[in-house]
Design a protein around this ligand. Structure first.
Ligand code: NAD
Length: 499
């Protein structure tokens, strides 16, 4: 019988009762490897009730004790890294090394959360008035939820839950239905780390579970990462139900290549940034903006043989550089974009559509593709493709390159490659994008900084993890206290000011 991935509520596996299931594929072989239960609204309600019941005791647990759970969780995640990475590879398709790397970036957020006693320290001012002190504290919100995408089944739940929980909240995770297994192992490891039952819960499912989360009056805040259309819906629906929402969406990340750039460094950077994880990263470089025809020609000359030589295959093979796409549906979508790019008049320098791997004929494999002479009106430029397809756009000068980046609807990440400090500084200062790299192709901020885009790559005001995460998952309270009680100020009918 096929395994069924269930929910995890109140410290134990909760068997799905809705009678609705999804198929989970191994994309390297194109076969269903297990099923996943889809939660009904009533099942989501049950998980929220468990999280609500666990909240008062967890919120009252001293931050240092909460931190100790995080220290143990970090150790457990590291001890189990190989097994966790294989699970990610099996359902997502990315290489095991890449799965290990991205899980490690998630573990770094757990490390950050280990410092929660320090992070929650408020501000204090003595004598804001005579014998009057003022101090602030950050308190947890209550039950909070995270809804996550398929492309980082380990890292993104770890962007959210460690900080939310360390701040004293209880948590409901709704992972992607395409690769749900990691979430169950995470729940087990939280428990093994000593987290009380009900503090971390998992509900599997689709839109029905998401809508139940967005409308539940007992959920105070929702963190979301996924496609822009979903992010916008999550943001507006969650806000309409009085929740705090941060909803991170899609991307189209441009790399601007200046004429003085080190072209060896550029081509190394693009290989990893455009084709790593088969381009299924929200920080992937999907547009290379070459400043000048000479740069564009050099770039194409260098990239073409390297992309042609990419080792495509199952992610479990240590020799492989690029695994399959996540599902047949997504594979078809990416193929469709390559067809459209050709019809729209871009020059297809390298066509990754025709590839067949012996023994893996049913897997969702594509080779890398390169389009040259892409223009800003083409759908391969405007839309997020989320596959191993690079568009090279030719800009006549730096100003035109910057205008392109600034005019695009997405503003997640961008990079400039140059040796010119002036150009780099002006780029970092003026570009309308949330995360900027200078000679760094995928500028994903480390755990103690914060991750988030601008424009239609993020709905809401808070980026993820780092201090932004602490601010998102807490509310500020400020206390003004008068001591000693012996001092009589007398009645004052105007607003008090220090004379
Ligand atoms: P998705 O939006 O399809 O799914 C994300 C989550 O939303 C899943 O849990 C899914 O079950 C749920 N969902 C999907 N459609 C829904 C609907 N109509 N109503 C309610 N819930 C719905 O995204 P995906 O395909 O899993 O992930 C890829 C996308 O995520 C890409 O666009 C990528 O750029 C984006 N992404 C963004 C970031 C970022 O930090 N900005 C990071 C990773 C991925």
């Amino acid at each position: 019988m096929t395994d069924v991935i269930q929910h995890y509520v109140n410290g134990r596996v909760a068997e799905g009762a809705s009678g609705r299931f999804g198929d989970v594929y191994n994309p390297a072989i194109g076969e269903v490897v297990r099923k996943v239960s889809f939660a009904s609204a009533a099942e989501v309600r049950g998980a929220v009730a468990a999280a609500k019941a666990a909240f008062p005791a967890w919120a009252a647990t001293p931050p240092l004790r909460r931190a100790r759970v995080m220290f143990r969780l970090k150790q457990l995640l590291e001890d189990n890294l190989d097994e966790l990475a294989r699970l990610v590879t099996e359902e997502h398709g990315k290489t095991v090394d890449d799965a290990k790397g991205s899980t490690t970036r998630g573990i770094e957020v757990v490390e950050f959360a280990c410092g929660i006693p320090h992070l929650l320290k408020g501000e204090f001012t003595g004598d804001v008035g005579t014998a009057i002190d003022s101090y602030s504290m950050r308190q947890p919100l209550g039950v909070v939820a995270g809804i996550t995408p398929f492309n980082f089944p380990a890292m993104i739940p770890l962007w959210m839950s460690p900080i939310a929980i360390a701040c004293g909240n209880t948590f409901i995770l709704k992972p992607s239905e395409k690769d749900p297994s990691f979430s169950m192992r995470l729940a087990e490891l939280y428990k093994e780390a000593g987290l009380p039952d009900g503090v971390f819960n998992v509900v599997q499912g689709d839109k029905e579970a998401v809508n139940a989360i967005l409308t539940d009056p007992d959920i105070a805040a929702v963190s979301f990462v996924g496609a822009t259309a979903t992010a916008e819906y999550i943001y507006h629906t969650g806000c309409a139900h009085n929740k705090r929402v941060q909803a991170l969406g899609g991307a189209k990340n441009h790399m601007v290549i200046m004429p003085d750039a080190d072209m060896e460094q550029v081509s190394d950077a693009i290989m990893g940034a455009a084709y790593g994880s088969a381009g299924e990263r929200c920080m992937a470089i999907s547009v290379a903006v070459a400043v000048g025809d000479k740069v564009a020609d050099q770039l194409i000359d260098r990239l073409t043989p390297r992309v042609q030589a990419l080792k495509v295959g199952p992610g479990v093979d240590p020799e492989v550089e690029m695994g399959p796409l996540v599902t047949k549906e997504h594979y078809d979508k990416v193929m469709g974009y390559i067809d459209r790019g050709v019809k729209e008049g871009a020059s297809l320098v390298l066509d990754g559509r025709k590839i067949s791997l012996q023994g893996y004929e049913k897997g969702y494999f594509m080779g890398g593709s390169i389009f040259d002479k892409v223009t800003t009106d083409m759908s391969i430029y405007t839309d997020e493709i989320f596959g191993p397809v690079l568009s090279v756009v030719r800009a006549k000068d730096y100003g035109e390159a910057v205008d392109m980046v600034n005019s695009h609807e997405y503003g997640n990440g961008t990079a400039i490659f140059t040796r010119d400090g002036d150009a780099a500084r002006s780029f970092a200062d003026g570009i309308k994008v949330g995360m900027v790299g200078v000679n760094v192709p995928i500028p994903v901020p480390v755990a103690y900084h914060s991750f988030g885009g601008w424009k239609r790559s993020l709905f809401g005001d808070h980026h993820m993890h780092g201090m932004e995460g602490v601010r998102f998952y807490t509310k500020l309270k400020t206390v003004t206290a008068r001591w000693p009680t012996g001092i009589r100020a007398g009645a004052d009918y105007s607003i008090p000011v220090l004379g």
